[in-house]
Design a protein around this ligand. Structure first.
Ligand SMILES: Cc1cc2nc3c(=O)[nH]c(=O)nc-3n(C[C@H](O)[C@H](O)[C@H](O)COP(=O)(O)O)c2cc1C
Length: 188
């Protein structure tokens, strides 16, 4: 599929079929993502792919606990956007999706955060190319993932990407994009 077509078709999915996906697919996705550029080519990323249901349940429980605290205090435009997208502290996709890819970045490497997020961009596009769906999920607190997944404190979890076959129809009116005139100013 052409790259722009992939970009336009990709949408955040928050409900998944339980149909399994293979470890080979996950490996292909991570391998493709590793071609992302990074500061001084330090490739400051590491991924943990979780399909174990007990572990997914533990991750969900912990995330929902932090989400509940966050929702109890959120105000203003942030709150409005959450309700516009029908988001709530319940994160069933964390146990529904056959795999969760937890993205860790090695803190302290040059441009580690910027590099990590380019890599995540590559990851979600490759997922789309595999005709699967995902979500860039960023729970309010993620440090518990180091201990739960036995990852050194040198790494910071930056996102959890559920991945699987979509079980929802997307309302595109909620995913509008700004028009090109609002995005760029040419100086020639
Ligand atoms: C950095 C980042 C953090 C995000 N965090 C969350 C999140 O915590 N929960 C969620 O449901 N969606 C999250 N999203 C998904 C956005 O809500 C979504 O990309 C946006 O609404 C546009 O919709 P689309 O991805 O379908 O085009 C995040 C996206 C990005 C890029």
């Amino acid at each position: 599929m052409a790259i722009v077509e992939l970009m336009k078709k990709r949408r955040s999915i928050r409900s998944y079929k339980i149909s399994p996906i293979s470890r080979q697919v996950i490996s292909r996705i991570i391998e493709a993502a590793s071609y992302a550029p990074s500061g001084l080519n330090r490739q400051p990323w590491f991924f943990v792919a979780v399909s174990n249901l007990d572990l997914k349940e533990k991750i969900r429980q912990e995330c929902e606990k932090h989400e509940q605290r966050f929702y109890d205090h959120v105000r203003g435009s942030f709150k409005e956007s959450l309700s516009f997208l029908n988001l709530s502290p319940v994160k069933s996709f964390l146990t529904e999706a056959p795999y969760l890819i937890v993205a860790f970045a090695k803190k302290g490497e040059p441009y580690w955060n910027e590099s990590m997020w380019i890599c995540i961009g590559y990851t979600i596009l490759k997922i789309q190319e595999e005709r699967l769906a995902s979500l860039t999920y960023t729970p309010p607190q993620m440090s518990f993932l180091n201990e739960m997944l036995d990852i050194s404190k040198k790494y910071k979890a930056v996102a959890i990407l559920p991945i699987g076959y979509p079980n929802e129809k997307v309302d595109l009116s909620k995913r509008k994009r700004r028009l090109i005139d609002q995005l760029v100013r040419f100086i020639e």
